[in-house]
Design a protein around this ligand. Structure first.
Ligand SMILES: Cc1ncc(COP(=O)(O)O)c(C=O)c1O
Length: 317
C-alpha cells in the first residue's frame, strides 16, 4: 500500500489496442514533441466532458508528456529560476471553491498556480473545478496523468494544459527531456477515450467503496486524517514513535508496506511537545492498490501490531 499503483488491469479493449499500435509502423518513429495532434484533440474534447461544456480548452493548450511527473518537471523547469520559491502540493483534494480562490490569489500576485489533477477521475461529486470556463490562461497550469484513470502507469503518458505562450517554452524543455511521449499508448487511446469513461467511473466507485471499507475496519487507535482519490493519511497510534519507525516494522514484521508522509515533504521533527511529536506519526496508505479482501487483512495486521510492538505505548485518544 505504498506507491499509487492501480489495483486493477486496464480495460481489455485498451490492452488489445496498445498491442496493435505497438506493432504498427505508425508508432515506430518520433511523434511530435508535444503529442499526437489527434490525441491532443481527443483530450481537449474529453476535458469538456469532465469540466463542463463551457470549458475553454483547445488542442493548442495541451502538451503530452512521458507521464505527469515529466509534466511537473517540464513545468517547473520552464517557470522557476534560481532562488524562486516553489510551494509543494499537499496531497489533499480541494473543493472547486477553494481552487478558485487559490487562482484568484495567484492571479492577484502574478504567481503560477499548478494543479496536479492526477486523481480527478476519482472525484465522484461533480466537476473538479470550473476554472477552465473562465479566463484561466494567464496563471493556471493543469497537470494530468493517464496512469491511474486508465490503469497503465508503465506506458507513461501525462499532459499539461497551459497557455500556448507558456507551452512554447515547455516544448523546448520537453525536446531536451523526452523528445516525445511514447507513441503506442497515444495512438491506441485516441479513438477509445470517449468510450472508456464508464469503466473509469465504475473503478472510481469501487475505490470509493474500498475507502469506506478501510474506514470501517481500521482498528480504532489508528486515526484517518484525510482520504483522497487513492490514498488515506493515517495517524499511527504509537506515542512518541515516528512514522518511519512504524512503517519499517510494519514492512519487516507484518509484511504491510506503507509510506511515512514525511517522505513527501517537511514534517515535524519529533521530540519537543506532544503536538510536535504527533506530526511525525502520519502514514500514507494507498487504498486503491489492493482489493477489498486485502484491505480487511491489512487492518487485521494493524490490530496485531498493537500487541506485537509491545515496547511502544498505544495512544487510545
Ligand atoms: C499526485 C501524483 N501526481 C503524479 C504522479 C505520477 O504520475 P505519472 O505516472 O503520470 O508520472 C503520481 C503517482 O503516484 C501522483 O500521486
Amino acid at each position: 500500500m505504498s506507491q499509487g499503483v492501480p489495483g486493477t488491469p486496464p480495460a481489455q479493449v485498451l490492452q488489445d489496442a496498445i498491442g496493435d499500435a505497438a506493432s504498427s509502423a505508425a508508432s515506430f518513429g518520433y511523434a511530435p514533441g508535444d503529442g499526437e495532434p489527434l490525441m491532443k484533440k481527443a483530450l481537449a474534447e474529453e476535458m469538456k466532458v469532465i469540466y463542463g461544456s463551457g470549458a475553454d480548452v483547445t488542442p493548442d493548450d495541451i502538451a503530452l508528456t512521458t507521464g505527469s511527473n515529466m509534466a511537473f518537471m517540464a513545468t517547473i523547469m520552464t517557470l522557476a529560476g534560481t532562488g524562486d520559491e516553489v510551494i509543494l502540493p499537499t496531497g489533499a483534494t480541494y473543493s472547486p471553491a477553494l481552487i478558485a480562490s487559490f487562482l484568484e490569489l495567484a492571479t492577484k500576485h502574478d504567481i503560477a498556480l499548478i494543479v496536479d489533477e492526477t486523481y480527478r477521475d476519482f472525484i465522484l461529486t461533480g466537476a473538479p473545478h470550473s476554472i477552465f470556463s473562465g479566463a484561466w490562461r494567464s496563471n493556471f497550469i493543469h497537470l494530468f496523468s493517464f496512469s491511474k484513470s486508465y490503469c497503465l502507469p508503465g506506458h507513461r503518458l501525462g499532459a499539461i494544459a497551459g497557455s500556448p505562450l507558456f507551452l512554447t517554452h515547455v516544448r523546448t524543455v520537453l525536446d531536451c527531456l523526452q523528445i516525445c511521449a511514447p507513441r503506442p499508448f497515444q495512438i491506441a487511446l485516441t479513438p477509445l477515450l470517449p468510450t472508456l469513461r464508464p469503466a473509469i467511473r465504475k473503478n472510481a466507485i469501487a475505490i470509493q467503496a474500498r475507502h469506506e471499507l478501510f474506514r470501517r475496519v481500521l482498528p480504532s487507535p489508528w486515526k484517518i486524517g484525510a482520504q483522497g482519490g487513492y490514498f488515506a493519511y493515517v495517524k499511527h497510534p504509537f506515542r512518541g514513535v515516528t512514522a518511519f519507525e512504524v512503517s519499517k516494522r510494519l514492512a519487516i514484521e507484518l509484511g504491510v508496506i506503507t509510506l511515512p508522509s514525511a517522505f513527501f515533504g517537511e514534517d515535524g521533527k519529533g521530540g519537543g511537545d506532544q503536538a510536535e511529536s504527533d506530526k511525525t506519526r502520519w502514514i500514507r496508505f494507498s487504498v486503491a492498490n489492493v482489493d477489498d479482501e486485502k484491505v480487511v487483512q491489512i487492518c487485521e495486521r494493524l490490530g496485531e501490531a498493537e500487541s506485537l510492538f509491545q515496547e511502544w505505548n498505544v495512544d487510545n485518544n
